[in-house]
Design a binder for this molecule. Structure first.
Ligand SMILES: [Zn+2]
Length: 477
């Protein structure tokens, strides 16, 4: 394909995205940032996705070598993919597919639409996958993407209840290559919500910032939110009486882990919210919580933006779509990005899809029960398969347990052994350790049908982390 033809495909794509993107600086009204899109019928949303898909496929074929090869291999031409149902002919793209492509085409891989010239002309920033499965992969996103992220994230955070004129935010993350906080940062900028800058600042100073400058939104990992609450209490501040009214968490399952959710909200007397996405194909809010769901203590659900992304849930064995309401793994087609427009990327979290309108009035597809973990992170202990979040839920549900714990897995004489090392509460005396040990053993047995050796530790024994906590130490071969 000639360069002018590729450029024409790119322009056609960006113009189509623009038609369905609000350039307005503020929300439509107090309920909806984009009323028309947030309340569109399922048919209207499908029509928008179809229109975007028809413009996207020629762009992918022209500008993304990975997809051009894939189409050629299975004998498809761009004109064959006209309807959402045609996507089924394209094999889902896994992280392993990308890793293999990256090994062949370093240092960026052939699965993005930005080449060197495009990067130097329109580039914004690189973001890296976290590298929990394999080496980190870097993605070059563009200035166009920055604007669309800001817009979708503003939509999502408006749904959570964040408001200009009342709220201000502290993002308690190092400003590193992880996508999430940057999208939040630019989204808050778009909303006109000010930020108390707290990247690269130690935790004690953050505690003082909260006390002195009174932000209402605290954005951090769930582990860090609990740690900061402990630290505040130890230093004479009361997190529950602080200015924080929203906890906006990322990096670890939180919203979907009921006992952790109660613990986080209780510690700060605040409402917990969450985005859902991935660096590769949903780096802005592919999904988000909303005020109506967050106000309900029952089962959570996560809105999945349905005009900017096409979401599927597949059976992990057959990789075929499962009916709504049935459990499978999440797969996303990104219909929004200039730099990383992916078809059927396997994000790989277990969930169930539902299409009933939400109490907030938004009509996007929802992930029922949210997302409790990636299939890659699933543990197998003595033949029992479970997510780390199941253990997390069990531990968080024991009121006498402190905020820190770790699970150590060993194999002895061919058998898996699990040791749960949990800290007691800060002021707990040794007499409480026995009952805590017993309660914790019961909680783990009830949640996971597994027996664990429980070790109770003094408060402050385990290492503290400001990012993702490594709670599972798997020492098995
Ligand atoms: Zn809702």
């Amino acid at each position: 394909m000639s360069a002018p033809e590729a450029e024409q495909a790119r322009r056609g794509w960006l113009e189509t995205v623009d038609v369905h993107t609000d350039a307005r600086p503020g929300p439509d009204d107090d309920r909806y940032w984009s009323r028309k899109l947030d309340t569109a019928s399922a048919d209207e949303l499908a029509a928008i996705r179809t229109e975007k898909l028809r413009a996207l496929v020629p762009y992918l074929y022209a500008c993304v070598p990975f997809y051009r090869r894939r189409f050629d291999e299975i004998g498809l031409v761009p004109g064959d993919v006209r309807e959402l149902s045609d996507l089924g002919a394209i094999p889902p793209v896994t992280k392993q597919d990308m890793a293999a492509d990256l090994a062949e085409h370093p240092p960026w891989g052939g699965y993005t639409a930005v080449d060197d010239a495009g990067w130097l002309d329109r580039g914004w920033q690189t973001f890296a996958t976290s590298g929990t499965t394999g080496a980190p992969r870097l993605f070059r996103y563009t200035a166009f993407d920055r604007e669309t992220w800001a817009w979708t994230n503003a939509r999502a955070m408006h749904a959570m209840g964040f408001r200009r004129g009342r709220d201000s935010a502290m993002i308690a993350f190092g400003y590193g290559p992880h996508v999430w906080l940057w999208g939040v940062h630019y989204g808050l900028n778009r909303m006109g919500i000010p930020i108390v800058t707290a990247g690269g600042v130690d935790s004690m100073l953050r505690a003082r910032f909260i006390d002195a400058y009174r932000p209402t939104i605290l954005a951090a990992t769930p582990s860090y939110v609990l740690y900061l609450a402990d630290l505040m209490r130890e230093n004479g501040f009361d997190p529950a009486a602080s200015s924080i009214r929203y906890l906006f968490c990322a990096g670890e399952p939180g919203f979907s882990v009921p006992a952790l959710r109660r613990r986080l909200e209780g510690a700060w007397d605040a409402q917990l919210h969450e985005f859902y996405g991935c660096t590769e194909a949903a780096p802005s809010a592919g999904g988000h919580s909303c005020a109506a769901v967050a106000a309900d203590p029952g089962e959570v659900s996560t809105h999945l933006l349905s005009d900017t992304h096409h979401w599927e849930v597949l059976d992990p064995e057959t990789m075929q779509p499962v009916p709504d309401g049935q459990r499978g793994i999440s797969v996303v087609t990104n219909l929004l990005s200039e730099a990383s427009p992916q078809l059927r990327f396997v994000v790989g979290d277990y969930t169930r899809l539902g299409r009933e309108p939400c109490g907030c009035g938004r009509t996007s597809t929802r992930a029922l029960g949210g997302f409790a973990g990636r299939a890659d992170d699933m543990l197998n202990i003595r033949g029992v398969t479970l997510f780390p979040s199941v253990l997390d839920d069990a531990v968080r549900g024991v009121a006498a347990a402190g905020s820190e714990y770790e699970v150590v897995l060993r194999r002895r004489r061919g058998l898996d052994e699990m040791t749960l090392r949990v800290e007691a509460l800060p002021a707990a005396d040794a007499a409480t350790h026995g009952p805590l040990r017993e309660a914790m053993g019961n909680a783990v047995r009830a949640a996971a049908e597994l027996r664990a050796e429980i070790e109770v530790l003094e408060h402050g024994t385990l290492p503290r982390t400001q990012l993702k906590a490594r709670r599972i130490r798997d020492l098995r071969e």
